[in-house]
Write a protein that binds this ligand. Structure first.
Ligand code: NAD
Ligand code: LMR
Length: 325
C-alpha cells in the first residue's frame, strides 16, 4: 500500500471545490495514488462542507484514504504535501479581480501564517483565489520557513484559454498547440504571447495572422473570465478546477519533454521583472522543481506588455504592504 499523499483544499464547499474534489478522488491529479483530504471552510459553511464530505465517502473511491473537515487553517494544513488555496470571494459582473483585494487579502495572510506553522516544509501551495498573484505573494511572505519556490499562483486557466482559442482558430486539436505563454498577472493586463507558439511545428502567427493576434486574440484572453461571468452569471468553476489540477500535476510529475506551461512563480528578475513578484512565466518542471524558461526573444511589443502587467502587480503589492512582513 502506497503512503497517501495529504492534500488540503480551502474553500472546499465552494464552486471550484465541488469540481476539484471529485476529480482528486478519481485519480485526476496523481493517478493510482491514495490521498487523504483535509478540507477547510469558514465556520458558517461547515454544514455544507460536512455534506460534501459525505458525498466524497459515497463515491467509495479506493484512492480516498480519509477526509477531515476544518474551520481552523492550522489544523487543515497540518502535514500537508499539497495545498490548493481556493477559499476567497469571487467577483461578480462589472468588477475587476483587483476589486477583491480588500476582501480576500487578509485570508491569505492568515493562511500563510498557518501554513508556516503546520504544513510540511516541502509543501507545494497553489493559490487560486483572486486576485491570485498578489494573494500568493501575501501567503508566501507570511510563511518565511517554507521555501518561496513552494508557492505558485494559478495562470493555467489563462494558458488553457490561449490553447483553446488557438485550436479553434486553426481548426486543430488543442494537444497540437505548443509553447504558448501567459506572462504576468491573472488580470486584464496579462500578456498571452503567441510569438513562440507552434501548431505541428509551424509558427501559430503564420497561420492566424498578426492582426487577429494583436487586435482580437489578446483582448479575448484578457477578458475571458469576465465574459464567462457575463454569460453564466457566476465565475468559472469547472475550467478553474481543471486548470488547478493541470498546474499541480505538472508541478508534481513534471512538464512533458520539450514543452512548457505557464505558472505564476516568484520572480528572480528574469526578463527584467521586479524580483519577488509572483509573475506568470513559461516554466518547465523536473523532479518537482520549476525553472523559468530562459533566453526567449522578446520584441518591443512583448516587452511593452510585460512592463504593463508588471506595473499592475507593483500597484497591487503596494496596496497590501501592511500584510507583507
Ligand atoms: P465560491 O464563492 O463558490 O467558493 C469560495 C468558498 O471559499 C466559499 O465556500 C467560502 O465559504 C470559502 N471561503 C471564504 N473565505 C474562506 C476562508 N477564509 N477560509 C476557507 N474558506 C473560505 O467561489 P469559487 O467560484 O469557488 O471561487 C473561489 C476563488 O477562486 C474566487 O476568488 C475566484 O475569483 C477565484 N478563481 C480564480 C481563478 C484563477 O484562474 N486563478 C479561476 C476561477 C476562480
Ligand atoms: C477567471 O479567470 O475565470 C477567474 O479568475 C474568475 C474571474 O473573476 O474572472
Amino acid at each position: 500500500m502506497k503512503t497517501p499523499v495529504h492534500i488540503a483544499v480551502s474553500g472546499a464547499a465552494g464552486q471550484i471545490g465541488y469540481s476539484l474534489l471529485f476529480r482528486l478522488i478519481g485519480g485526476g491529479l496523481l493517478g493510482d495514488q491514495p490521498i487523504t483530504l483535509s478540507l477547510l471552510e469558514v465556520p458558517q459553511s461547515i454544514g455544507v462542507l460536512d455534506g460534501v464530505a459525505m458525498e466524497l465517502h459515497d463515491c467509495a473511491s479506493p484512492l480516498l484514504s480519509g477526509v477531515t473537515c476544518h474551520s481552523d487553517p492550522e489544523a487543515a494544513f497540518a502535514d500537508a504535501d499539497l495545498v490548493f488555496l481556493v477559499g476567497a470571494r469571487p467577483r461578480g459582473p462589472g468588477m475587476e479581480r483587483r476589486d477583491l483585494l480588500e476582501m480576500n487579502a487578509d485570508i491569505f495572510s492568515v493562511q500563510g501564517k498557518a501554513l508556516n506553522r503546520s504544513a510540511k516544509r516541502s509543501v507545494k501551495v497553489l493559490a487560486v483565489g483572486n486576485p491570485v498573484n498578489t494573494n500568493a505573494l501575501i501567503a508566501r511572505c507570511n510563511a518565511p520557513d517554507i521555501p518561496p519556490e513552494n508557492f505558485a499562483a494559478m495562470t493555467r486557466l489563462d494558458h488553457n484559454r490561449v490553447v483553446g482559442l488557438v485550436a479553434a482558430r486553426c481548426g486543430c486539436n488543442p494537444g497540437d498547440v505548443k509553447h504558448a505563454i501567459v506572462w504576468g498577472n491573472h488580470s486584464t493586463t496579462q500578456y498571452p504571447d503567441l510569438q513562440h507558439a507552434t501548431v505541428d511545428g509551424i509558427p501559430v502567427l503564420d497561420g492566424v495572422g498578426r492582426d487577429w493576434y494583436e487586435q482580437e486574440f489578446i483582448t479575448a484572453v484578457q477578458q475571458r473570465g469576465a465574459e464567462v461571468i457575463r454569460t453564466m452569471g457566476r465565475s468559472s468553476a469547472g475550467s478553474a478546477a481543471n486548470a488547478a489540477l493541470g498546474h499541480m500535476r505538472d508541478w508534481v510529475l513534471g512538464t512533458p519533454e520539450g514543452e512548457w506551461t505557464s505558472m505564476a512563480v516568484c520572480s528572480d528578475g528574469s526578463y527584467g521583472i521586479e524580483p519577488g513578484l509572483m509573475f506568470s512565466y513559461p516554466v518547465q518542471v523536473r523532479d518537482g522543481a520549476w525553472r523559468i524558461v530562459q533566453n526567449l526573444e522578446l520584441d518591443a511589443f512583448s516587452r511593452e506588455h510585460l512592463k504593463a502587467t508588471e506595473a499592475e502587480l507593483l500597484i497591487e503589492r503596494d496596496m497590501v504592504r501592511h500584510l507583507i512582513p
